[in-house]
Design a protein around this ligand. Structure first.
Ligand code: PEP
Ligand code: MN
Length: 307
């Protein structure tokens, strides 16, 4: 029994998962019984349990002052992880003072923020040659949407044995996503450890996104669909999905209600002046309001956002 009756018994590659896929192509990430769920700890925070961990912080670690201020604010409001990109997959290559990659400096500023607040760090690693330096500072390694199918990167990240957040490719099916997760799970298995992977839905390309600036649509349906097929926890990132801050709160609440095992959102102390993606980030005050709204929704379904 692997994940219940998926309906289609498809011997050929398709867009949706088949029983054959679950049994033979993703044996490590497929559920083995209906109540099979992985839980793992990262920096003392449990994933896959009752807690819905919240990861908050700016798109880019712009400078030390900004990340420390953000960390203090999000910690006070109840975040469990500090997020922020030091190595950035920027959509176009022309850098300016407002559009840049802080690289190892950004990692050092994240470390200062961690020392100030105790918040663990989740940050993106984009290429194999940077795994070593990112792993020195990060508690969880983030694989971004654009790298979901970068199989050599997945393998090398897996070899570190560190907890990994695997974002969904914005054009990828659940089938593609779980097959990518299997690459990391395979390396964790070789290290004789359970898979420490959390999936993260961050919006997919769709014909209608309801605003000219919105590039993606959040696929909340993938949360129960993933939970039907895999024992890995799955989280949701409404900031990248909506690309529009006024929609973030409702999609945070809806993600919890849909069963998300974690949440990520972009928070910046001064959203209008955020170096990257100012339309999608929440202020510290908005984040506090969102957290307050999340509490009763989580409780209503037997979860909590309070560690
Ligand atoms: C991010 O988390 O800042 C990011 C670049 O996300 P994604 O890979 O989902 O676009
Ligand atoms: Mn971002």
């Amino acid at each position: 029994m692997t994940g219940g009756n998926m309906g289609v018994d498809n011997k050929f590659p398709g867009k949706d998962l088949s029983e054959d896929d679950l049994q033979n192509k993703i044996p490590l990430v497929a559920k083995k019984r209906p109540d099979h769920r992985t839980t793992f700890e990262c920096a003392g925070i449990e994933f896959g349990g009752k807690l819905v961990p919240v990861m908050a912080g700016p798109n880019t670690v712009e400078n030390e002052e900004l990340i420390v201020k953000t960390a203090i604010g999000v910690k006070k409001a109840g975040a469990h992880f500090l997020r922020g990109g030091a190595f950035k997959p920027l959509t176009f290559p022309y850098r300016s003072p407002k559009f840049f990659e802080p690289r190892e400096d950004g990692l050092k500023w994240l470390q200062v923020a961690k020392q100030e607040t105790g918040l663990p760090i989740v940050t993106e690693v984009m290429e194999i040659t940077k795994i070593e330096v990112v792993a020195k500072y990060a508690d969880m390694l983030q694989i971004g949407t654009r790298n979901m199918q970068n199989y050599p990167l997945l393998t090398e990240v897996g070899k570190t044995g560190m907890p990994v957040m695997l974002k969904r490719g914005f054009g990828n099916s659940l089938r593609d996503w779980l097959m990518a997760a299997e690459y990391i799970a395979l390396e964790h298995d070789k290290l004789r450890q359970p898979a420490k992977i959390v999936l993260c839905e961050r919006g997919v390309v769709a014909p209608h996104t309801h605003r000219a600036t919105s590039r993606f649509l959040i696929d909340l349906q993938v949360i129960p669909a993933a939970q039907e097929a895999t024992h890995l926890p799955i989280m949701s990132d409404p900031s990248h999905a909506t690309f529009w801050q006024p929609w973030v709160k409702s999609m945070m609440l809806a993600s919890i209600a849909a069963g998300a095992d974690g949440l990520m959102l972009e928070v910046h102390p001064d959203p209008v002046n955020a170096a990257v993606d100012p339309l999608q980030c929440s202020s510290l005050e908005q984040f506090d309001d969102i957290m307050k709204a999340c509490r009763p929704v989580a409780e209503a379904i037997g979860r909590t956002v309070d560690a």
